[in-house]
Design a protein around this ligand. Structure first.
Ligand code: ADE
Ligand code: ZN
Length: 341
């Protein structure tokens, strides 16, 4: 058994109560099949599934695109402000149960505006749930608007225009969807404009795409954080640079397994990342589709790699240090982790 624990159950209990932040969570990827059916009925949207079991059976993916096809179809049931509220409130309740104290949530506005849902409807439902979680659980949050990289930079620019009236509620921009063939360079101008507006910048890079995409995210987009970043390890100079710059990687173990980024959880590079001095964190990405919320991700990777108490504490500390909270807020959370340890 790994250092610091008497048994796997002991480690699971430690993970359950460990204060943590979640930094990589697509709110549309938290749509559970049960809520999908409820919303399909409420909004009279046809879905190609008759039962919950059929939905779950469809969640067998061999790569990122397989997943994205079903993810965009699933979010088609979201229409009204109340739908976005219900979706977000359900995720926040799950996160609270996992001892998540702070969340940084992605949303994909282009997945909704393309279907005729107003930008303001999406923001209103999500932020009403974030405000309720702050009042109810004391949970803090940041909201990150992602551009879909399979669409054009002009469409991302138009989305940023639409976001301008809501910048008091949007903390950053990100880049997601089909990675290979859509390098960060394609979005250099819109990211520069977002930076000028004072927004934080993140990008998915090195999930399926090559290390060169991580270089581009750093050099051309000037991101504050890398989402995934797994393939950075193929380029030792890049890994050294990420460590030297203290760049946070938002790693998603169950996503990596379900999208075949790793063949087996025992081969997951999380420990290699920590040993290389990378500020890796553990996150759920799209928990409804990949079979686990944040604690499920900690558990799966901790069991497969036999992570020690010190390694788990490092992951939790990294989640707060890599967040977009103020230094004072980070210090408060880091002290809570010390007390927990
Ligand atoms: N959108 C939702 N989840 C994603 C992921 N893991 N990679 C790229 N785009 C996504
Ligand atoms: Zn993601």
């Amino acid at each position: 058994m790994a250092e610091g624990f008497a048994s796997a159950d002991d480690r699971a209990a430690f993970i359950a109560g460990l204060p943590k932040a979640e930094l990589h969570l697509h709110i549309e990827g938290s749509l559970e099949p049960e809520l999908m059916f409820t919303l399909a009925q409420r909004n009279k949207v046809a879905i190609p599934f008759a039962t919950i079991e059929e939905v779950r059976a469809a969640y067998a993916f061999s790569n990122l695109q397989d997943f994205l096809d079903i993810y965009y179809q699933g979010m088609g049931v979201l229409h009204r402000e109340q739908d976005f509220y219900d979706l977000t409130a359900a995720y926040l309740a799950r996160a609270h149960a996992d001892a998540v104290r702070h969340v940084e949530i992605f949303f994909d506005p282009q997945g909704h505006t393309a279907r005729g849902v107003a930008f303001g409807t999406v923001i209103a439902g999500i932020t009403r749930a974030l405000d309720a979680a702050a009042a109810r659980y004391g949970m803090t949050s940041k909201l990150i608007m992602c551009f879909l990289r399979h669409l054009s930079e002009a469409e991302a620019e138009a989305t940023l225009d639409e976001a301008l009236p809501y910048l008091d509620r949007i903390d950053g921009v990100g880049l997601d969807s089909s990675e290979v063939g859509h390098p960060p360079a394609k979005f250099a101008r819109v990211f520069a404009r977002a930076r000028g507006l004072g927004l934080k910048l993140v990008a998915h890079a090195g999930e399926e795409g090559p290390p060169a995409y991580v270089h581009e995210a750093l050099d051309l987009l000037k991101v504050d954080r890398i989402d995934h970043g797994n393939r950075s390890l193929e380029d030792p100079a890049l890994a050294r640079r990420l460590a030297a710059e203290g760049m946070t990687l938002t790693v998603c173990p169950l996503s990596n397994l379900k999208l075949c980024v790793v063949g087996d959880m025992a081969d997951h590079p999380l420990r290699t990342m920590l040993n290389a001095g990378l500020n890796a964190t553990v996150n759920s990405d799209d928990p409804s589709y990949f079979g686990g919320y944040v604690n499920g991700n900690y558990l799966a990777v901790a069991d497969a790699l036999d992570l020690s108490k010190d390694e788990l504490l490092t992951l939790a500390r990294n989640s707060f240090s890599g967040s977009f909270l103020s230094d004072a807020e980070k210090a408060r959370h880091l002290a809570a982790i010390d007390a927990y340890a």
